[in-house]
Design a protein around this ligand. Structure first.
Ligand SMILES: Cc1cn([C@H]2C[C@H](O)[C@@H](COP(=O)(O)OP(=O)(O)OP(=O)(O)O)O2)c(=O)[nH]c1=O
Length: 206
C-alpha cells in the first residue's frame, strides 16, 4: 500500500482549512507563518501573491527541518491579494482604510489573485497563481456604513469577504469563487494529485 504522506498547511486561516476540508483533505498540521507581506517596489499583484505563497511554504519547510516526524510531508501555502490595476489593497485594520477601499471598489471591477505553493515530500516546489475578476455593484453610502458597522472587513484583503455580507455586492465574478475566499479548489487539488496525493481516495474515508 502507498504511504499516506502528511500534509502541513502553512496557514492560520480558518477559511483555508474549511475549503480544503470541503474537498476531503484534512491538514495534519497548521503552521501559521508570520511574514512581512509588503509589496516590493514595482512588484505586480500577481507576482506578490506568488512570492508570498512560496515564502510561507518555504518558511514552514525551514521550521520543520529538525522535526523527524514531519520530514517528507507535503507543505501547502497560499496568499490572496486584491488589486485595482497595479495597486494592491491592504488587509484593513481601521475603518477609515476600509471606507476608502470600499469606495474604490464600488461600481467597478477588481482582480483577486491567489498564489498557491506546494512543496512535495522530495522538496520540489510547485506553484500556481489563480486570478478572478470581481465586479461590485455601485455601493450606496448606507450600504458602506452598514458594512463598516459589521466589522467583516477587519483583517481582510481589500476590506471585504465574499463569503459574508459582501457577497451581496458582487454583480459578477469571472474565475473561481474559492480563489476569492482564499484557496482555489480546482487548481489546489490538481497540484496535490499531480504530485501523488490521492485526494479522491480520502472521500470514502469519511
Ligand atoms: C477578498 C477576500 C479576502 N479574504 C481575506 C482572507 C485573508 O484574511 C485575507 C488574505 O490574506 P492572506 O495573507 O492570503 O491569508 P491569511 O493571513 O488569512 O492566512 P495565512 O497567511 O495564515 O494563510 O483576505 C476573505 O476572507 N474573503 C474575501 O472575499
Amino acid at each position: 500500500m502507498a504511504v499516506k504522506r502528511k500534509l502541513i498547511l502553512a496557514s492560520g486561516s480558518p477559511r483555508r482549512v474549511e475549503l480544503l476540508r470541503q474537498v476531503g483533505v484534512e491538514a495534519d498540521r497548521l503552521m501559521p507563518m508570520d511574514l512581512d507581506e509588503s509589496q516590493e517596489k514595482n512588484e505586480q499583484p500577481r507576482s506578490l501573491a506568488r512570492r508570498l505563497a512560496s515564502d510561507k511554504a518555504k518558511a514552514a519547510l525551514h521550521a520543520i527541518s529538525d522535526e523527524q516526524d514531519w520530514k517528507g510531508s507535503y507543505i501547502l501555502a497560499a496568499d490572496t491579494v486584491v488589486a485595482v490595476g497595479r495597486r494592491v489593497l491592504p488587509k484593513t485594520e481601521y475603518s477609515d482604510e476600509a471606507l476608502s477601499a470600499l469606495n474604490l471598489l464600488s461600481g467597478r471591477s477588481h482582480w483577486v489573485f491567489t498564489g498557491v505553493c506546494l512543496i512535495t515530500p522530495d522538496k520540489k516546489v510547485r506553484q500556481k497563481v489563480v486570478e478572478s475578476k470581481v465586479r461590485f455593484k455601485r455601493l450606496s453610502e448606507a450600504e458602506i456604513s452598514a458594512y463598516i458597522e459589521s466589522s467583516e472587513w477587519r483583517g481582510k484583503a481589500g476590506a471585504y469577504a465574499i463569503q459574508g455580507y459582501a457577497g451581496s455586492f458582487v454583480q459578477n465574478l469571472t474565475g473561481s469563487y474559492s480563489n476569492v475566499v482564499g484557496l482555489p479548489l480546482y487548481e489546489t487539488v490538481q497540484l496535490l494529485t499531480g504530485e501523488g496525493m490521492n485526494v479522491q481516495a480520502r472521500w470514502s474515508e469519511g
